[in-house]
Design a protein. Structure first.
Length: 368
């Protein structure tokens, strides 16, 4: 018969093991699949998460809520009414738990807050219960992380904290918004600097609002993780370091932020290629179009009106046979089009087929 000491030890070990398991456990949330303006949610096993579709859909945030856009108001599991397209939030069952009342809405951030907007543009903050924390009093607003938000009031920009307190005065013509770039980085994230516009020129401020790099650039992105920021000077693009020195000359007709791959897309005479952080062209400018490398090491490229994918050596690994191709998403899928039909492919170039994609493709065909 086991003595009390042994039994206590066993329970202690099991308890510690359970705690470790819970700390490392990550629920696999359903992820969105979209073709044109129709989106559904798929489970990790390929099954349809729930039999509802949306005009737009984002991934689930850590709080288990996802931003969706639809012109359908789901009254229950069977009845719907049609309304102007609005944004709301669903839970993991597909239930609309924050009503569709917003013209635009962000994903929930790690601090459990989301930006919501109604037109004419007025933006504020809500929590995961849908409660208003900061009223819609700003003309524009976006998150820069670390509980900071860039806000616009009467054509001037500044920064507030999550409580609405102004932490950097509202006095700038503009603040760079990374939301609209493929590999853009938030202000103050990769460095302690943020790109702002002053008197039609761009420069960089610190977290106290002090100008650190003089506003002399026609355009300036935030610094990426390699310590470089994309800038435009006299119609050409190059890169500077965190003290404002030009380290990659402004010689490119177009350029984009460095991705996690360590490479950046550049354009010379209407042809795209890639440079490394020293400015060396490592993949020649031979493409009619090139997207940045995603986390799987693949880039969508266009050659003679057809799209395919290359690896980081420039080798074509998925043939250029598509009429259109998007970059791979974080779930390992890319939307492509051939002969007027959109579908998903996997990283090996094969068509991805699941219960969810079959349902989505059927909806897509019915709507065309």
């Amino acid at each position: 018969m086991l003595n009390k000491k042994v039994i206590l030890t066993v329970f202690l070990v099991l308890g510690v093991a359970f705690i470790v398991y819970r700390l490392n456990y990550k629920e696999e949330f359903p992820h969105p699949l979209c073709l044109s303006d129709i989106c559904v949610y798929e489970k990790s096993n390929g099954e349809l998460a729930f039999e509802k579709y949306f005009d737009g859909a984002n991934g689930f945030s850590k709080n288990g809520l996802a931003r969706v856009k639809t012109n359908q108001k789901f009254n229950d599991d069977t009845t719907r009414e049609f309304i102007p397209s609005k944004n709301g939030y669903i839970n993991l069952k597909g239930e609309m738990v924050i009503p569709q009342i917003y013209d635009w809405a962000s994903d929930f951030l790690d601090n459990d807050l989301a930006i919501v907007t109604n037109f004419p543009p007025q933006s504020g903050l809500i929590n995961s219960k849908g409660e208003t924390l900061i009223p819609m009093i700003y003309n524009d607003m976006f998150s820069v992380g670390n509980d900071l938000f860039a806000v616009q009031i009467k054509n001037k920009w500044g920064f507030i904290d999550k409580n609405g307190k102004i932490v950097i005065p509202v006095k700038f013509q503009n603040v760079y918004n990374s939301l609209f770039t493929e590999f853009g980085v938030n202000a103050f994230k990769a460095s302690n600097l943020a790109s702002v516009q002053i008197k039609k020129k761009w420069g960089f401020i610190d977290k106290k609002g002090k100008l650190i790099i003089t506003a002399i650039f026609d355009e300036a992105h935030n610094f990426t993780n390699n310590g470089l920021a994309l800038v435009k000077i006299k119609g050409k693009y190059g890169f500077i370091n965190e003290i404002g020195n030009i380290v990659i000359p402004a010689i490119f007709d177009m350029a984009y932020d460095f991705s996690e791959s360590g490479l950046a897309v550049i354009n010379i005479k209407n042809k795209d290629g890639f440079i490394d952080k020293t400015g060396k062209i490592v993949i020649p400018t031979t493409f009619d179009e090139a997207h940045g490398f995603t986390s799987n090491g693949l880039s969508a490229v266009k050659i003679k009106d057809k799209y395919g994918f290359i690896d980081k050596t420039g080798k074509i690994v998925i043939p250029t046979t598509f009429d259109m191709a998007n970059s791979f998403d974080k779930y390992g899928l890319a939307v492509v089009e051939k002969n007027g039909i959109e579908f998903f492919i996997k990283e090996n170039g094969e068509k991805y087929i699941s219960e969810a994609t079959k349902y989505l493709e059927k909806l897509h065909q019915e709507k065309q």
